[in-house]
Structures are given as structure tokens and as C-alpha cells.
Design a protein around this ligand. Structure first.
Ligand code: SAM
Length: 174
């Protein structure tokens, strides 16, 4: 994903009244900032998750572009990617036309809209904000929730991660 294109989207969302009231109405508290925007990152995370997702049904909450879900779809049996923010799909349309497989499905809406309709073996979140809120909703989809960055931060050497990212993991946006 081109940085210029992403920056343009970030500035479109910032201070956009309709978007703000949409997020408030739907209880979205994670920042609309992507962390997975290239295949290398998505592939590295999917491979890290391989032992726990291989052959399984995975529900990704707040999947952003959906790139990680696409990569998990190469390993898992079935992937549901739930994302509340419609703007990411605009950026990702071209890739989806070319590459979306039948075992990866994109659900547009807030995760709680789908509770009881879909279920997985594992739920995955990849975020630097509202980790607690997203973990709580993720737990309604699967018996195991993987907070990808939480695990990576805990296993990394002290100081390896930007302290402001670590400190902001529970911050709510808006
Ligand atoms: C910090 S972004 C990360 C996006 C993506 N996982 C990545 O790393 O590139 C968090 C995303 O989660 C979405 N989100 C937060 N809470 C959600 C919920 N309850 N249901 C659906 N999407 C949610 C937001 O719209 C946002 O796009």
C-alpha cells in the first residue's frame, strides 16, 4: 500500500464529522491507523500464527485492509475478517478483485453485529489501540483470542518496542 495513499485516507478520516459520528454510534474506539499494509508484514504475522491457525477457522476483529486475513487464508481452513470502517475496503478493492479466495470472507460492520452468527476456533486482533475493548469482543467469537502485538511485545527484549506504542495500547480514539 502506497504511503501517500494511506496519508490521504488518514487525513480524510481525521475531523470528518460523519465518520466521527459513525464511530461513536458504533462504539469504535480503536484508532483508524493501520499496522498491516504490506505483504511482508502480513506474511510474517501469519507464519508466526501458523501453529495455532493451521486448518482452523479464524475470526479477525478489526482487520483493516484485510491483508492479514488474506495471508491467514493460505494457512487456515476458513477466515472471517470483520471490519467496521468502510474506508479500508476502498483501498483494497483492486487486491480483492485479483486475489480473494473463497475461504476468506469480509464482513463489514462492528463485530458485535455478528456475534452468534459466526464462530471460530481462534480470534485474532492486531492493533495498537483499544486492545482491551477489541479483546473483549473477540472473546465472543472463539475460545482463544490472540493479541498479536501483545504477544510480540511481551516476548521482545525490553525497549525493543516504541514505548509510546506500548503505553498507548489501551488508549481509546476520539
Ligand atoms: C488500529 S486499526 C488496525 C487495523 C488492522 N488490524 C491493521 O493492523 O492494519 C483497528 C481497526 O479495528 C477496527 N475495529 C475496532 N473495533 C472494532 C469492532 N468492534 N468491530 C469491527 N472493527 C473494529 C477499526 O475500525 C480499525 O480499522
Amino acid at each position: 500500500m502506497e504511503t501517500d495513499e494511506l496519508d490521504r485516507i488518514y487525513s480524510t478520516i481525521a475531523g470528518h464529522q460523519a465518520a466521527d459520528s459513525y464511530f461513536e454510534r458504533h462504539g469504535i474506539a480503536a484508532a483508524p491507523i493501520l499496522t498491516v499494509t504490506d505483504d511482508e508484514t502480513a506474511d510474517a504475522i501469519a507464519e508466526y500464527l501458523r501453529p495455532r491457525i493451521e486448518g482452523k477457522t479464524v475470526v479477525e476483529i478489526g482487520g483493516g485492509l484485510g491483508l492479514l486475513s488474506l495471508h491467514m487464508g493460505l494457512i487456515a481452513k476458513r477466515v472471517f475478517c470483520i471490519e467496521a470502517n468502510p474506508i479500508w475496503s476502498v483501498l483494497f478493492t483492486e487486491v480483492l478483485f485479483r486475489t480473494k479466495p473463497r475461504n476468506v470472507s469480509y464482513l463489514f460492520g462492528t463485530a458485535d453485529e455478528f456475534v452468534g452468527s459466526i464462530r471460530g476456533d481462534v480470534a485474532v486482533i492486531c492493533t495498537h489501540s483499544d486492545v482491551t475493548g477489541m479483546s473483549l469482543v473477540a472473546a465472543q467469537f472463539a475460545p482463544a483470542v490472540i493479541d498479536v502485538y501483545g504477544e510480540i511485545i511481551r516476548s521482545a527484549a525490553p525497549g525493543r518496542f516504541d514505548p509510546s506504542i506500548v503505553a498507548g495500547r489501551d488508549a481509546k480514539w476520539g
